[in-house]
Write a protein that binds this ligand. Structure first.
Ligand SMILES: *Cc1c(COP(=O)(O)O)cnc(C)c1O
Length: 371
């Protein structure tokens, strides 16, 4: 006889997952806030991408027909832009999907998935989801420590994630450090280089990830249209690796994972260098400005971690805590990201906004520290 009193239970490794906490956009009272908590592009989306999106939405087939499951046009546009083989590009429902596919394809119960402490929060979820053990290597003052990562590799390591530059710290590992990390990994480990912020890098800062992915059998580079391209709502990411890796990832990918309008908008975004360059320049200017303003508050124990991204990680090590600043800044109308869930309760992550938003945020932080 079947025991009908048994209760439904998630797998224990699923119950062990702390839910992902997205950046907020409203205060507790529901009041809309200036959102500097999710690293979105404050300049919005380029006109070319907006136009392509509208045109695609207006097409007769837009809603009744499935999108191209192979994202063919988008893969071809990416290949042309970056000098890649289109067959070795995989598109995802955001790069988040691709990060999950990497874990699901190469790791399972008992295996280890390695990343640096204060790595991107999706890595832990992706590891636990497949029953793998998430392993965190020590950081070096919030930056990636290659030696610590290599020392943490074991026979059970199946995937190593490196966000470069990293979220939430903003730090960048150099091309030499990335090459050294790769060289020290066994060839049966998939090395995932998550380049969500690569378009924000200055000349000469490229970490060489795509070159590694072109020639090596076990390197998977991921990119996204959510950040500098301003297409976060449509969920479009892409990745590049050896043909064998890509074909394995495809086996568990959802077939129609990128929308029709998203594919069209992404193709157009790739052709809008003016918007990308303008966004990068804006970010560099106001990131430097905000960092300088906040460093001027050093007498309050404020420290800014050097950032290559569109946000700053700001440490509050003086009398006024990060939590208090977070709340006071929210009362002034700005929402940033407080990071206790990621083990940095002394830090706030602040996305670079428009000029007006950035100036307003700096003033709000200054006022918060003054009491
Ligand atoms: C934002 C972000 C992503 C993913 O973004 P998608 O919107 O899923 O493409 C991936 N990695 C890092 C480090 C990020 O900050």
């Amino acid at each position: 006889m079947t025991d009908t009193t048994r209760t439904l239970q998630p797998k224990p490794w699923i119950s062990g997952i702390a839910p992902y906490v997205p950046g907020k956009s409203a205060g507790a009272d529901g009041r809309p806030l200036i959102k500097l908590s999710a690293n979105e592009n404050p300049l919005g989306t380029g006109e070319k991408a907006r136009e392509a999106f509208r045109a695609s939405q207006a097409g007769a087939d837009a809603l009744s027909r499935y999108p191209d499951p192979g994202a063919t046009g988008l893969r071809e546009a990416i290949a042309a832009k970056f000098g890649l083989e289109s067959a070795r590009i995989i598109c995802g429902n955001g790069s988040d999907e691709l990060l999950h596919l990497a874990a699901g394809t190469y790791a399972g119960p008992g295996d280890e998935i390695l990343y640096v402490r204060y790595g991107f929060s999706v890595y832990e979820i992706a590891a636990r989801r497949v029953g793998a053990v998430p392993v965190e290597a020590d950081d070096r003052d919030f930056a990636t420590d290659v030696d610590a990562l290599l020392a943490a590799v074991t026979d059970k390591t199946r995937v190593v994630y490196l966000a470069n530059p990293n979220n939430p710290t903003g730090t960048l590992a150099t091309r030499d450090e990335v090459a050294r990390l790769y060289a020290g990994l066994p060839k049966d480990v998939l090395f995932v280089i998550d380049q969500a912020y690569s378009e924000y890098l200055s000349d000469g800062e490229d970490d060489g990830g795509l070159e590694l992915a072109k020639s090596e059998p076990n390197v998977f580079v991921t990119r996204t249209f959510s950040k500098i391209h301003g297409l976060a709502a449509e969920r479009i990411g892409w990745g590049y690796a050896a043909a064998e890796v890509i074909s394995a990832l495809h086996r568990i990918r959802l077939p129609f994972n990128v929308t029709r309008a998203g594919q069209a908008a992404a193709v157009a975004a790739l052709g809008d260098d003016a918007f990308v360059n303008h966004s990068r320049d804006h970010n560099a200017k106001w990131r430097a400005w905000l960092a300088q303003e906040l460093e001027g508050l050093g007498n309050h124990g404020v420290r800014v971690v050097p950032s290559a991204c569109n946000f700053l990680l700001v440490l509050f090590e003086g009398d006024v805590s990060a939590e208090t600043v977070y709340e006071r800044v929210m009362e002034a109308g700005y929402i940033v990201r407080w990071l206790p869930g990621q083990g940095i309760p002394q830090a706030l992550r602040m996305t670079i906004g428009t000029e007006e938003e950035t100036r307003g945020l700096a003033a709000a932080v200054r006022a918060a520290l003054a009491g």
